[in-house]
Design a protein around this ligand. Structure first.
Ligand code: SDX
Length: 434
C-alpha cells in the first residue's frame, strides 16, 4: 500500500537578530509581538504544538504551571470548588464577575428554560448503532443543533451569541444523558426543572420511567464539583479548536462540535477514559513496577495516562482536589474500589521515580476523575462526554470573548515547507515503476 512520503530535507539553520516589542499582561509571562514579522522581515515564527505561542489575549482563565495555580476570572479553583456551584461558575466565566443573588436566580431560571431539546433531535440518535461511542454521538448531535436554532446563528449579534451560549450550556446535560440512555437501550428521560443543574443531569442519566428517582446529595455535590473543575482551562487544544473554528464565522453549535471532536483525543479529554483502561490493564498493585518500566521504555509508546501536562510542571491543582473528593465520595458511598488503591500506589511510585520527576510529570485532572465517575455509576465510555458537558461553558466563553474583540481575523497559520520544489507533470506512460 502506498504510504505518504515523509519530507527528507532537513531545515537549514541560520541566525536572525531582531528588536521586537514586548508586552506584559496583568500576571504571567510577557509576550513578544511578531504580528508584523513576515511583513517587515519576510520570516515566520516556527512553533509546532505552540509550546511558546500566545494565540490571543484573554481575561477568562489563568494558569501558573510552575506554581500549580488555576484561576477562573481571578478566583482560585480551590475556593470555587469548595464554595461555589457549577452554574455560578458558568456565570463567572461568561460575565467576568460573581453574580449577586438576583443575578444568579435569573441566570439559573434562564438556563432551566432551555434544557429541553427539539423532539426531532431524538431521531438523530436512532441513526447511530447502539454500540456507537457516546462521543461519536455527541459530535453529531451538537453539530446538528445548528439545524434547529436558525433564530440565534448571527455570530455578529451579541444577543444571538448570548442566547446560543445559554442554549448549549442548558442542553448539553440533556444530550449527554440521551447518548447514555441510547447506548443502554433505555428510554430518554426528560429534564426536570425542579432540580439543580447537576441533580437534573443525574436524574436524566439514571432515572427510569417505571420508578421514582431520588437524587443522592453526596453524588449531586461530587458531580457539581467535577463540572466546576473541568469548566475551563485557558487555550487548551479543544478551546483553541473552538476559537479557530469561530474565527471563520462558523455558527456556535458547529464550533462547539469541533471542540467536542478535539477533546475526544486520548492526549486531551479522552485521557480520563484511558486512565481507567490503564488501571484495569495493570490489574493489581503488584503489577505496577512492570507497567512503569514499560512506560519508561523509549521504544514503547505507552504513556502513563492521567500524568503530565503541557502547562503544569507541578501538581495540577484539579488533581489534588479530585483526589480529596475521591476519598470523600467513596467513603460516603461506602464504595471500596481496588482501582483507587492501584491509582494511589501508581502515583506514589511514579512521584519517586526520576523518569517522571526529571520530566516534571505529575497527576493531571484526569488521573482521579474516572474513579469518582465510576463510583457515581457512570460507565468509562461516558467519561469524556462528562468532560465535554462541563467544558462547554469554557468553550462558549472563549468564543464570545473572541467575537467581542474589536480586531478579528480568521486564524490562518503558515508553515516551514520542506516538500518538493517546482517540477513539471510527468504523463503516466513516462513514469518509471518504483
Ligand atoms: C488534559 O492543555 C490543557 O489544559 C488540557 C487539560 C484541560 O483541562 O483542557 O488540562 C486536560 O488534556 C490533561 C492531559 C490529559 N492527557 C493525559 O493524561 C495523556 C498523558 N499525558 C501526555 O500524553 C502528555 O503529558 C501531554 C499530552 C498531556 C503533554 O504532552 P507535552 O507537553 O507535549 O509533552 P511531551 O509529549 O513533549 O513530553 C515531554 C517528555 C517526553 O519524554 P522525552 O522525549 O523528553 O524523553 O515527557 C514524556 C514524553 O515521552 N511524557 C510522558 C508522559 N507525558 C509526557 N511519559 C510517560 N507518560 C506520560 N504521560
Amino acid at each position: 500500500m502506498a504510504t505518504a512520503k515523509k519530507s527528507t530535507s532537513k531545515p537549514k539553520k541560520k541566525t536572525l537578530k531582531l528588536e521586537l516589542d514586548r508586552y506584559s499582561g496583568n500576571v504571567g509571562p510577557d509576550v513578544v509581538d511578531v504580528q508584523a514579522l513576515y511583513k517587515n522581515h519576510g520570516v515566520f515564527t516556527y512553533d509546532p504544538g505552540f509550546m511558546s505561542t500566545a494565540s490571543c489575549q484573554s481575561a477568562i482563565t489563568y494558569i501558573d504551571g510552575d506554581k500549580g495555580e488555576l484561576m477562573y476570572r481571578g478566583y482560585p479553583i480551590e475556593q470555587l470548588a469548595q464554595q461555589s456551584s457549577y452554574l455560578e461558575c458558568c456565570y463567572l466565566l461568561l460575565f467576568g464577575e460573581l453574580p449577586t443573588t438576583d443575578q444568579l436566580i435569573e441566570f439559573e431560571d434562564t438556563i432551566r428554560n432551555h434544557t429541553l431539546v427539539h423532539e426531532q433531535l431524538m431521531t438523530f440518535y436512532h441513526g447511530f448503532r447502539r454500540d456507537a461511542h457516546p462521543m461519536a454521538i455527541l459530535c453529531g448531535v451538537v453539530g446538528a443543533l445548528s439545524s434547529f436554532y436558525h433564530d440565534s446563528l448571527d455570530v455578529n449579534d451579541p444577543e444571538h451569541r448570548q442566547l446560543s451560549g445559554y442554549r448549549i450550556i442548558a442542553k448539553m446535560p440533556t444530550l449527554v444523558a440521551m447518548a447514555y440512555k441510547y447506548s443502554i437501550g433505555q428510554a430518554f428521560v426528560y429534564p426536570d426543572n425542579g432540580l439543580t443543574y447537576s441533580g437534573n443531569f443525574l436524574k436524566m442519566m439514571f432515572a427510569v420511567p417505571a420508578e421514582p428517582y431520588e437524587v443522592n446529595p453526596v453524588v449531586e455535590k461530587a458531580m457539581d464539583r467535577i463540572f466546576i473543575l473541568h469548566a475551563d482551562h485557558e487555550q487548551n487544544a479543544s478551546t483553541s479548536t473552538v476559537r479557530l473554528a469561530g474565527s471563520s464565522g462558523a455558527n456556535p453549535f458547529a464550533c462547539i462540535a469541533a471542540g467536542v471532536a478535539s477533546l475526544w483525543g486520548p492526549a486531551h479529554g479522552g485521557a480520563n477514559e484511558a486512565v481507567l483502561d490503564m488501571l484495569a490493564e495493570i490489574g493489581s498493585v503488584e503489577n505496577i513496577p512492570d507497567y512503569i518500566e514499560k512506560v519508561k521504555d523509549k521504544l514503547n509508546p505507552t504513556r502513563l495516562m492521567g500524568f503530565g501536562h503541557r502547562v503544569y510542571k507541578n501538581f495540577d491543582p484539579r488533581a489534588t482536589i479530585m483526589r480529596e473528593t475521591c476519598h470523600e465520595v467513596l467513603s460516603e458511598l461506602g464504595v471500596n474500589d481496588p482501582m483507587l488503591d492501584i491509582a494511589m500506589e501508581l502515583e506514589r511510585i511514579a512521584l519517586e521515580d526520576d523518569y517522571f520527576v526529571s520530566r516534571k510529570l505529575y497527576p493531571n485532572v484526569d488521573f482521579y476523575s474516572g474513579i469518582i465517575l465510576r463510583a457515581i455509576g457512570i460507565p468509562t465510555n461516558m467519561f469524556t462526554c462528562i468532560f465535554a458537558l462541563s467544558r462547554t461553558v469554557g468553550w462558549i466563553s472563549h468564543w464570545i470573548e473572541m467575537l467581542g474583540e474589536e480586531q478579528q481575523k480568521i486564524g490562518r497559520p503558515r508553515q516551514l515547507y520542506t516538500g518538493a520544489k517546482h517540477r513539471d507533470f510527468v504523463p503516466l506512460s513516462e513514469r518509471k515503476k518504483k
